[in-house]
Design a binder for this molecule. Sequence first.
Ligand SMILES: Cc1cc2nc3c(=O)[nH]c(=O)nc-3n(C[C@H](O)[C@H](O)[C@H](O)COP(=O)(O)OP(=O)(O)OC[C@H]3O[C@@H](n4cnc5c(N)ncnc54)[C@H](O)[C@@H]3O)c2cc1C
Length: 487
Amino acid sequence: MKTAVSLQNLPSRIPNRRSRVRKPRRSRRSSVQLDRVVARLPSIVGGGSVLTDRAELVCYSYDASCYSRLPDVVVFPNSSEEISKIVRLANRERVPVTPRGAGTSLSGGPVPARGGIVVVLARMNRILDLDEDNLTVTCEVGLTLRDLNRSLARKLLHFPIDPGSSEAATLGGMIGENASGMHSPRFGKTKDRVLSLEVVLPNGDIIHVGSKCFKSASGYNLKELFIGSEGTLGIVTKATLRLSPLPDNYTVISASFKTTVAAGRAISRVVKRGLPVSALEFMDRPSIEVVKAFTGLPLPQAAAMVLIECTGPEGEVQNHLADAAEILREEGAFELRISSDRGEADRLWHARKVTYGAISRIRPTAIQADPVVPVSKLPDYLARLDLIAQKYALKIVSYGHAADGNLHPTVLIDEGNPEEMRYARMALAEIYQSALELGGTLTGEHGVGVEKSDYFNLEWPSNVVSVMREIKAVLDPNNIMNPRKWI
Ligand SMILES: Cc1cc2nc3c(=O)[nH]c(=O)nc-3n(C[C@H](O)[C@H](O)[C@H](O)COP(=O)(O)OP(=O)(O)OC[C@H]3O[C@@H](n4cnc5c(N)ncnc54)[C@H](O)[C@@H]3O)c2cc1C
């Protein structure tokens, strides 16, 4: 995460995307409409909840990606009703609105690409109802995952979606991106855990979609339309989530490989065997080395490491891990370590969780991709990533949620070096193109945002994009919600 922001150093990050990537400057929208909106906002949210000072706006101009753009005004509403009034006003005056959680997105999602109003949900962070009998919780979505889980831990419960950014990410941002994490093989993605939503539509109406029940076949699945829509269809204000008891027993096996391709083969065989793993992660040599230096943990000297977690009754866990170990050995694992206790397992997950932070320190700029391939194609894809790195003589570090076929090839460069930036662009295009050629998709969890919008048409034919545009036009005819992204 970038914390120290200097106006001089803020990006134009990727030169050939100047149309989307702007130096943070005040938007040219100096229109009467905008002035009217800015003048009215304090009467809706209170004077102390509106920022217009340039130095303060900078803090809301970027996320954890390479993109930035100054908003014209930032507001901190306290209720759904206030958000409804803000959006109604913005819609009337045709001023863009971009919802923002913690700003940890890696795709430029909360960057206000056309300026306008950034609506920060941080003050809407209350737990409204914990229903232990039904294992559900209803919250305002400015709540961070960490705070929710700290509170639930007292009841031995948790919301089990665990992105690497779990210390900071808000529930609204997770819903906006359909986030997932290391334990998705067991607990699924955000969409699998959201039962119902309250949403403020672009016309200001407040609607409720979904149901507190564990299943519903009643009408169109509008709830899932909003999940992963990256704030382009409305602002989610409340959510009812499905919880799980905290797992009481889990063991992690780590396996070292001499090639990434062998690790890829082992992963696809473990998945094919249908073993009930609760997590299955991959790290390549550069990520292992950097994390080792960053954490001091005794990680192996290997071209690739595979981490597998099983959870449940002790006997079952041991059986599943023995089956997994057999496959890992057959595919060439030269070292297998089984965590001796929960503390050791937690340290291994910590190592995996800090990977992005650790690799970001290697070079000035880290551009992280998020492709997914069918898991049987992982060996092919890993081989292609090696070739792409060689072809452009770039440092590309790869790790990710291997059970889903979701990798994070991260191109490490110096954005001040135009030559490197040119090669990085070409490498990223090949990273995405290769995933699509193997039957994959552009993004598993970070969303399209600004970062992948150039590739969107490679994945979706024009008749599919048209359907998406028509849905957007019905809900947001004036295109005020998070405009100038992929839609
Ligand atoms: C170190 C690091 C590790 C990460 N690891 C993972 C990972 O393992 N898995 C993963 O999925 N992601 C990961 N991410 C990406 C990011 O943290 C997630 O996408 C997270 O869900 C974003 O939450 P946020 O509160 O920061 O949202 P923001 O970044 O503020 O917003 C994300 C998007 O959601 C929209 N949005 C925000 N709030 C609302 C709302 N109330 N209503 C409608 N739209 C809204 C925004 O407009 C934007 O498009 C990681 C990021 C970092 C920096």
